[in-house]
Each structure stands twice: as C-alpha cells, then as structure tokens.
Design a protein around this ligand. Sequence first.
Ligand code: 5RP
Length: 219
Amino acid sequence: MTQDELKAEVGRAALAYVTPGSILGVGTGSTVDKFIDALATSGMPLAGAVSSSERSTHRLRAHGLRVVEAAEVERLSVYIDGADEIDGRGCMIKGGGGALTREKIVADLAERFVCIADESKRVEVLGRFPLPVEVIPMAAAQVARRFAGLGGRAVPRAGFVTDNGQLVLDVHGLAIADPLALESEVNQWPGVVTVGLFARHRAHTCLLGTSLGVQAFVF
Ligand code: 5RP
C-alpha cells in the first residue's frame, strides 16, 4: 500500500471514535484531510467541528460541515489529528504543516487525543523530524541560540507565516530523550509561541496505518 492509501485507511478508521451528534476537534494535515473526506462521505451527523487551521476549516466547510469557534466550546470529548513523529508513549512531534499552536489549543480542550498516522511516523526517539517551533520574529535569533546550546540547529521555515502571523523555526539534530522536560523548558523561553512537542498533550490512542492493516495503540 502507498503512504497515501495508509493515510486514507486510518482516516476511515478514525470514524469509529466520533460520537454522532457531537462537536469534534479536527487537526490539520494530509492524513486529517483524508479523515475529513471520510467523515463527509459517511454522512454521520455532527453538531460541529473545532478546527485547528484555516486549511482544515476550508475543507470542512467545502463538505458542508459546520465549524465552531474554540471560544464557544468548554470541552471536547475527542480531538483527531496527525503527527510527524510518535513514540511508544504517545508523545509526538507536530507542526510539519505549521498549525502547531492551534493544534495544541484544540488538543487542550479535548478529553481524548486520537492520533492518526501511517507507520513511517512511529519512532523510538523523537527528533529525526525537525522540531517545529512557532516564534515571535523578534525572538527568532535568540531562540535559535538557545537550541544551539542544546545541540540543535534551528532553521527559519522559508517563506512561511503561520495562521497567527508568526514564524516557524525547524530545529534539526535533536534526539529528544525526555519530551516532557524539553517541552517544559522551551515553553519558558521568551518569544516562543508554541513548541511542536506534544508530551503534555500526548496521544491517548494512536491508529497506525501499516501494511498489515490499522493497528490501534492505547497509551
Ligand atoms: C500539522 C501537523 C500534522 O499533523 C503533521 O504535519 C502530519 O501531517 P501529515 O498528516 O500531512 O503527514 O502537525 O501542523
């Protein structure tokens, strides 16, 4: 199966985690695009979706699905999103699509994070995928120097501005042994909007698309 087919399969499998008539948290990325398409095709009634990006908002609306502002919701039972990497404890690197800040906001509203990913995303140690960090432009050089002190090489994402009007640094060369500790540390650095480490907001369930079918992991 191609990577695209694996993404479509986990997108369909995620429908089992959606409660008909509920408001759902919806992430961002090519895997989530497949999920949105499957959701629309299924005809499952939904009260609405809290979207983590302009990209997903457009896709949801194009299918006639109602998008609800995060501010209108106190709690979501489920958030469905992809990942760039996921480890054996459900900790993730996210933000390859640059939507990390809104993704973390919506994940924070949810009781359960269901990660949908193809098997290439499963790793033992996070960090081969460059860690995205959304920063206020004034702080970019300063934050890059801090990462250099940890052995990382921060590269500004060329020609890219987030939905929040900020920059993204992609940090190469990290082997993240303790994702929770690194997330906590980077969260303290002035000018960091969001670090794309999801350890505090790790996945509760991962649906992994493999050549043998979809495997479900509960963390
Ligand atoms: C976007 C993300 C995505 O979930 C991540 O990049 C995975 O994307 P894809 O499903 O296209 O592989 O974090 O900010």
